[in-house]
Every structure is written in structure tokens, then in C-alpha cells.
Design a protein around this ligand. Structure first.
Ligand SMILES: Nc1nc2c(c(=O)[nH]1)N[C@H]1C(S)=C(S)[C@@H](COP(=O)(O)OP(=O)(O)OC[C@H]3O[C@@H](n4cnc5c(=O)[nH]c(N)nc54)[C@H](O)[C@@H]3O)O[C@H]1N2
Ligand SMILES: Nc1nc2c(c(=O)[nH]1)N[C@H]1C(S)=C(S)[C@@H](COP(=O)(O)OP(=O)(O)OC[C@H]3O[C@@H](n4cnc5c(=O)[nH]c(N)nc54)[C@H](O)[C@@H]3O)O[C@H]1N2
Ligand SMILES: [Mo]
Length: 748
């Protein structure tokens, strides 16, 4: 920019998309939207403040109690001692070596779940996993907090390729716009969440697509506790959280009762309907799943349920299910039941019909790209084959040697002595944080690589300061996006921060696996190497990509890979010929009843979808905890990232809690009041926003505030995870149950 001598402007990318960055000297001074993005997000606004924030970790730091006496009790309360890098890496390498020798690599937990930052080489999880693999392996984790439960249940229903299906092969927005007449959105489709995507989303067009559908006259129905989970113009069917399965069962009941279900489709493309039907009609358990029955559970009138079932059967209907539905106890059931409901409607495999998942979860879901293999920094092979479901970490730390069930297997939890975390913030993301804090006292040693003094870094014994993406060179490319970015190093490392790669190279050298970890390459040599591999894949796909030097000069390119036409759906070949193109399930068909699941013998996930109420929801609300808490994703950031900068705005913390006017009135609460949100697991502060956009009896508090310090009897900033329930969704999925929580609210 000419009016600022010495100012350099470059484009970079992030999980929330591309943006322009202005740099003066060694500081980021401003950001601006990327010019190709029709609908940019504000999230980058807080980057200049966050990158240079006083919450940055300046130097390698050791918890005093650990350094002096190997004490384990002071995590989160001790102060830290700074040491020079060489000495710090020596001590850490020695300690990792001691754990490996004394207890074996099965004593290292390296799952290290978290979103870290975009960029193909400096991907923190790949870095930490590769390092741990080089030294003999680690206990890993399966699945994500996002969709862990779906990742377990849906391959039984639609087949092993469900994961790719859900990200890349569902109906795209063009198809939905052109063909769908009725869009039924369980949990809504919230463009606020589509601001982000793993690895980046350049054109934020989920919101605009919904607008186009509305303008065309598509009937759009948001079913869930919050009106704002879908844009204005959509109808809202307020529904009690966790009751979706009851509603879906009643819709199925009406289809069956009124002869509206597609028996030909069921016969040809599904298996096990005959095992499910007696449950639906009540022949097997004495309870017909009528609209009247469901109405009492979900709060929607029987007449509304009948009308909706008829509309769904008679128009081209696309059902979307938000990931949030499976982030709760028995989250397997609404997912499985949505597939059964769509099968009974009989439109699976027709354009704009059937069922899809996560359209409002990430930007890019609902786009279709010509597949290109990405650039991947190899994690190597893990010699240890112990893998826990990702959200069972506190159980694992608490119960070494105790058996747990997971998707048909039963195994003992490993005995963890060392935890290594890079690129995640468990003291933001895990449920029942006060209990996690207790469990966290068990391992001998906890090592964290982090740019910021997050609550997790504060609870570590050894903290290595990591760079942010603006302090290192990388390549940005995401599977659901059609842009390719050079991510320039914009500023020098802040403080003495180092790249995760350099931290692990230093540890690897000291543990005599330096060559295995680095393969003799520097960072820039790795980037050239990975980019070279990418160019080879691209050539095979027939896509032109620039040389690395050209990409460095151009900063970004748009690749000709987006399919801008309605796609033939994933299920189309199956629909055309189910014998020639079977689904990768045991029967080759959609499994309404699963022999495999029935064979597991789980009381909390039987052989076909059923209504199973969670332990905490409006149906179990009582005078102590009368309100259901949902904890959605924050609109102003990604999880807990950039939090230190956002929290500086006067009045920004504690976080806003949405509650219904009647619930507010009963408690003498007005908008803007400071409130206490509490249950038997914990309490946090929040600031009330009173609104009719939420169902009576439900409150919403977004995630992302940094958890406070040990001894706080009330979490000061408003982290909902002091309140949430830490149980697996079921023995099958063992996903996180973040949306299962009852609370009360009082004015402070
Ligand atoms: N109550 C409730 N809880 C939830 C959810 C919910 O719906 N309700 N949702 C869950 C879901 S779906 C998710 S995905 C999780 C998200 O939880 P996380 O992914 O753990 O959250 P982030 O804040 O993204 O954590 C990433 C951390 O990595 C750090 N980081 C960034 N770049 C780098 C890097 O290059 N190197 C290193 N070493 N560190 C880096 C950031 O500073 C940040 O602290 O939360 C879960 N928790
Ligand atoms: N801006 C921003 N966007 C994000 C993220 C972020 O941190 N910030 N995180 C990303 C990540 S990691 C993920 S996994 C996705 C998550 O994507 P989602 O799971 O779709 O998002 P949530 O915000 O958790 O939930 C969406 C809505 O579901 C509703 N809901 C809760 N429980 C129920 C229920 O039982 N039934 C029904 N019908 N509705 C219910 C709530 O009202 C909530 O607002 O979002 C991604 N997008
Ligand atoms: Mo997630």
C-alpha cells in the first residue's frame, strides 16, 4: 500500500479462509478480506492483536514443582521457570526416554486432538505423531469430537465409505437448489459455522446458497431448539434437544400408517425393515410410535408431525442432519433413524432427495471438487496399536487397566505416564473440565507445544512455545476448497517461539532418531518435497498447478476443480443397480437392522434405531436443574483460538448466554445481566441475552472461553464445559456428549 511506506501486504489462508495481511517491520498491523470471497468472515479481525498478545509464550517453560521435585499436584497452580532451548530440549528428551524405558511406549498418550492451524507441512498433529512414531509409538485416539459417534455408527448403516461420503460426495448446493422442494434441517444449517473448514474455505457461500433456495421457493424447515440455527425466511419447528429420534420415529409411523412409505425402495435397497417395523408399530414393545407419543417427548404437536410427514413423502425432500445431534448421549439414534426415515421416503439416490449430514457444520460441505490428493507430511507407522475413542481421555487417565467397550471390542485402558499435546486445547474442548482437571493430575509428565498460555499450557509441566502460521512458510490447500495458497512467512517468530517441526527435530536428535524424523530435510526442503509430490498427483489428474517459485510469486491460484453443475449423487449408481453397485455394508444395502450391532449386545445401542432418552434432557429436568444447556460453536472465532484478543474487548467476557424471556423473568434476569450457570459438576459466569429465538426451557452458551484456574469456584469467562456431561454417546460410538446437560441459571 503506497500510503504506508514499508508496509507489505500478502494473502494467507487459515481454517476460516483466506485474508490479506498488512505487515510493518516485524508486526502484523491489519487484515482485510480476500477479494475473491463474496461473503467474507470477520474472524481475521482479531489476528493482529492475538499474534502479538501478551498471552504468547515467550520461552520454554517448566512448572516449578515438576522441575524441582517431579511433583504432580501443582498443575495449573504452580508458577513456571524459563530455561534456554537447549537445556529445555535436553530435559524433555531425557524424560520422554525415561518413560519409554521404564513403562514402554504404551504409557505415552499422543492422540493430541485439536484443530491447530491450517497449512500442510506445519500441521501440529502430523508433527507430533511422526515424532512419537519415530521413538517407538504412542497411544492414539479414534475419531473427532465433531463426529466421533457418527464415525462409528454410520459405516454400519451406509457402509465403510460414509466418511468420504459425508465430506465429498453428498448432493452439492447446485443440486439441492435445482431439485429439492422441501429442505428439512435437523439442527438447522447455520452459516455462522460454515465460516470455517479444516484447512480453509475461501468462498463462504453456504449462507448465499440458502438464500437462493429460499428465493426460489424451496420450503426450508429448521427443526431444533434455536431459530437462528437457520437464516430468516426458514420456518422454525422448535424442538427439545435430544428428542429428534422420537420425532423421526413418529414421521416414519405416519408414512407407514398412511401408506406413504416407499415399499419398493425398502425391499430393493434396504435390509431389516421387518425387524424394525414391529418396534415402530409397538407390536414388540407395546408402544406405537405415534405422533401423539412423540409430541409429549419433543414438544411438536401431533398435527404438525402428520403434516410434515405428508409433505416429506409428496415432495422432493432432502433431510439434513447437523453434527450436533450426535454430540449427545445416544447420538447414534437420530443419525441412524434419519437414514431409515429417508429410506422410507424412497428418494435416496435421486438428485436433491434423501439425506445428508453436516451442511451447516463446515464451509465446503455441499461443494464438489475433482478429487486431488493433497500434500501430506507422513506420520509414519505407529508400532503401538492401542487407540482410545477420542473423547474418553479422562476415563482413560482415571481408570488404567479397566475395560471399556467400543464398537464391538472390549479392551483395557492403557496406563498413561506421559501426555504430549500439540495443536489442541483439551481444557477448552473436553466435557466436565473440573473432572478432567482431577484426572490430569495422574500422569508423571505433561508436555505441550502451544503459541499461547491456554488453560492446557498452564496445566502442563513442560511448555514449548510454538509459532503461529504467520511466522513460518507453508502451503495451504484443503480438499473442499478450489484454491491453492502459498502461506508466506510474514513476521519473525514472536519471542523465542519455534516451529513444531524444529521442536520435534531437536527432541528427535537427542533421542537418536533425528535422521528418521527429518530425513535430512530442512523446512524449506520439506516444503519443496511435499509440493513436488503434489505436482505429480496434479499432473496425473490433468490439473495445471504452478511451480513452487511461481506460487511463491503469485501467492495464490484458483484451481479449475470445482464442479459447478448438479452432481449425480453418491447413491445414484446404487439406486440404478444395487447388485452391480452395492453399498459397502455386510448386506450391500442400507442397514435398517444390523446383525453386527445386534451381535454386540449393547443395551444402549440395539440392532435397529430406537428412542433412548439421555440421562439429562428436558424429560429429566427437575427443580435443581430445570434447563437444558446446548453449547454450540462460537460465531466470532474458531473454538478457543484468538480468545485472548477477543476477551480484551470491554464487556466481551463472560460469554453471552441465550435464554427465553419466561425463563429470564422467573429468575429476575434481563439482557446484559451477569448470571451464574450451574449444576452439580460446576458453575460459570455468563452474560444474559434474553430472546424468543430459543425454546422455553433451553439455554445456549457457545464454546471457546478459556477455562479458569484451579480453585475458581466459578469459571470466570463462561466455558460451558464446566457444566457438560463426560460420558460416551454409547458403548458403540463412545463419542462426546457435549449437548447432554441440565443446568440452572441465577442472577449474580
Ligand atoms: N461443550 C462443547 N464442547 C465442545 C464442542 C461442543 O459442541 N460443545 N465441540 C467439540 C468439537 S466439535 C471440537 S472440534 C473441539 C475443538 O477443540 P480444539 O480443536 O482443541 O480447539 P482449538 O481452540 O481449535 O485448539 C487448538 C489449539 O492449537 C493451538 N495452535 C494453533 N496453531 C498451532 C500450531 O501450529 N502449533 C501448536 N503447537 N499449536 C497450535 C491453538 O492456539 C489452540 O490452543 O471442541 C469440542 N468441545
Ligand atoms: N465460527 C465457527 N464455526 C465453526 C466452529 C467454530 O468453532 N467457530 N467449529 C467447527 C467445528 S469443529 C464443528 S465440529 C462444527 C459443528 O457443527 P454443528 O454440530 O452443526 O454445530 P453446533 O454449533 O454445535 O450445533 C448447531 C446447533 O444444533 C442445535 N442443537 C443442539 N442439540 C440439538 C439437538 O439435540 N437436536 C437439534 N435438532 N438441534 C440441536 C443447537 O441449537 C446448535 O446451535 O462447526 C464448525 N464451525
Ligand atoms: Mo469439531
Amino acid at each position: 500500500m503506497t500510503d504506508h511506506p514499508g508496509r507489505i501486504t500478502k494473502v494467507t489462508t487459515s481454517h476460516w479462509g483466506a485474508f490479506e495481511v498488512d505487515v510493518e517491520g516485524d508486526r502484523i498491523v491489519a487484515t482485510r478480506p480476500f477479494r475473491e470471497d463474496p461473503n467474507p468472515t470477520d474472524i481475521p479481525d482479531s489476528i493482529p492483536a492475538a499474534v502479538h498478545h501478551s498471552s504468547r509464550i515467550a520461552r520454554p517453560s517448566f512448572r516449578r514443582g515438576w522441575l524441582e521435585t517431579r511433583d504432580k499436584t501443582g498443575r495449573g497452580s504452580d508458577d513456571f521457570v524459563e530455561l534456554p532451548w537447549d537445556e529445555a530440549l535436553d530435559i524433555a528428551a531425557q524424560e520422554i526416554g525415561r518413560i519409554c524405558q521404564t513403562y514402554g511406549n504404551e504409557a505415552i498418550f499422543g492422540g493430541s486432538y485439536g484443530w491447530a492451524s491450517a497449512g500442510r507441512f506445519h500441521h501440529a498433529q502430523s508433527q507430533v505423531h511422526r515424532f512419537l512414531n519415530c521413538i517407538g509409538g504412542y497411544v492414539a485416539s479414534f475419531g473427532s469430537y465433531s463426529t466421533g459417534c457418527a464415525q462409528a455408527i454410520m459405516p454400519h448403516v451406509f457402509g465403510k465409505t460414509f466418511i468420504q461420503f459425508q465430506y465429498e460426495h453428498q448432493d452439492n448446493w447446485h443440486t439441492i437448489h435445482e431439485h429439492t422442494e422441501t429442505l428439512v434441517m435437523f439442527g438447522g444449517v447455520n452459516a455462522k459455522n460454515a465460516q470455517v473448514s479444516m484447512g480453509g474455505i475461501t468462498k463462504h457461500d453456504t449462507g448465499p446458497w440458502l438464500q437462493r433456495c429460499l428465493e426460489k421457493g424451496t420450503y426450508c424447515l429448521n427443526i431444533g431448539p434455536q431459530r437462528k440455527d437457520a437464516p430468516d425466511g426458514c420456518d422454525w419447528m422448535p424442538l427439545r434437544p435430544a428428542s429428534d429420534t422420537a420425532l423421526m420415529l413418529a414421521l416414519a409411523y405416519v408414512l407407514h400408517e398412511e401408506g406413504l412409505s416407499d415399499q419398493d425402495f425398502i425391499d430393493r435397497y434396504t435390509t431389516g425393515f421387518d425387524r424394525f417395523l414391529p418396534y415402530l408399530t409397538g407390536d414388540s414393545d407395546g408402544q406405537p410410535k405415534t405422533p401423539e407419543w412423540a409430541s409429549q417427548l419433543c414438544g411438536v404437536t401431533a398435527e404438525q408431525i402428520r403434516d410434515l410427514a405428508r409433505r416429506m413423502a409428496k415432495t422432493r425432500t432432502f433431510i439434513t442432519v447437523a453434527w450436533s445431534l450426535q454430540r449427545g448421549e445416544h447420538g447414534e439414534q437420530p443419525y441412524w433413524m434419519s437414514a431409515v426415515l429417508a429410506a422410507m421416503i424412497g428418494q435416496i439416490g435421486l438428485p436433491g432427495g434423501g439425506v445428508g449430514y453436516g451442511y451447516g457444520a463446515l464451509g465446503g460441505v455441499g461443494k464438489t471438487m475433482i478429487g486431488m490428493r493433497g500434500m501430506t507430511f507422513s506420520q509414519g507407522k505407529n508400532p503401538i496399536d492401542k487407540v482410545i475413542p477420542v473423547a474418553r481421555i479422562a476415563d482413560m487417565l482415571r481408570n488404567p487397566g479397566q475395560p471399556y467397550d467400543f464398537n464391538g471390542r472390549r479392551e483395557p485402558y492403557p496406563d498413561i505416564r506421559l501426555v504430549y499435546w500439540a495443536g489442541g486445547n483439551p481444557f477448552h474442548h473436553h466435557q466436565d473440565l473440573n473432572a478432567l482437571h482431577q484426572a490430569w493430575q495422574k500422569p508423571d509428565t505433561i508436555i505441550v507445544n502451544e503459541p499461547h498460555w491456554t488453560p492446557t499450557a498452564k496445566r502442563a509441566d513442560i511448555v514449548f512455545p510454538a509459532t503461529t502460521p504467520y511466522e513460518r512458510e507453508d502451503i495451504g490447500r484443503a480438499n473442499l476448497d478450489e484454491y491453492l495458497f502459498h502461506m508466506p512467512k510474514l513476521i519473525p517468530a514472536v519471542g523465542e517461539a519455534r516451529d513444531d517441526y524444529d521442536i520435534f527435530s531437536g527432541l528427535a536428535e537427542r533421542m537418536n532418531v533425528g535422521q528418521a524424523f527429518t530425513e535430512g530435510r530442512s523446512t524449506s526442503e520439506w516444503i519443496s518435497h511435499l509440493y513436488g509430490q503434489y505436482c505429480d498427483y496434479a499432473a496425473k489428474t490433468g490439473i495445471d498447478v504452478p511451480t513452487l517459485d511461481d506460487l511463491r510469486r503469485q501467492n495464490w491460484v484458483r484451481l479449475p476443480i470445482q464442479k459447478n453443475t448438479p452432481n449425480t449423487t453418491f447413491f445414484a449408481p446404487f439406486r440404478a443397480d444395487p447388485d452391480a453397485s452395492p453399498l459397502p455394508t455386510p448386506s450391500g444395502k442400507i442397514e435398517i437392522y444390523s446383525e453386527a450391532i445386534q451381535g454386540f449386545g449393547y443395551d444402549d445401542c440395539p440392532g435397529h434405531p430406537v428412542w433412548l432418552p439421555p440421562s439429562e434432557w428436558m424429560g429429566t429436568a427437575d427443580t435443581e436443574t430445570p434447563l437444558h444447556l446446548v453449547s454450540p460453536q462460537p460465531g466470532d472465532k474458531l473454538h478457543s483460538q484468538l480468545e485472548s484478543a477477543l476477551a480484551d474487548t470491554p464487556g466481551a467476557r463472560p460469554v453471552a448466554l441465550i435464554l427465553h424471556p419466561q425463563d429470564a423473568k422467573e429468575r429476575g434476569i434481563s439482557s446484559g445481566d451477569l448470571v451464574r450457570v450451574f449444576n452439580k459438576r460446576g458453575a460459570c459466569r455468563a452474560r444474559a441475552t434474553v430472546s424468543t429465538d430459543i425454546l422455553l426451557g433451553v439455554v445456549a452458551l457457545p464454546t471457546g472461553a478459556w477455562y479458569g484456574n484451579p480453585g475458581d469456584n466459578i469459571d470466570p469467562h463462561g466455558n460451558p464445559n464446566v457444566l457438560t456431561l463426560d460420558v460416551g454417546t454409547s458403548k458403540l460410538g463412545q463419542g462426546c456428549s457435549a449437548h447432554t446437560a441440565l443446568v440452572d441459571v441465577a442472577k449474580l
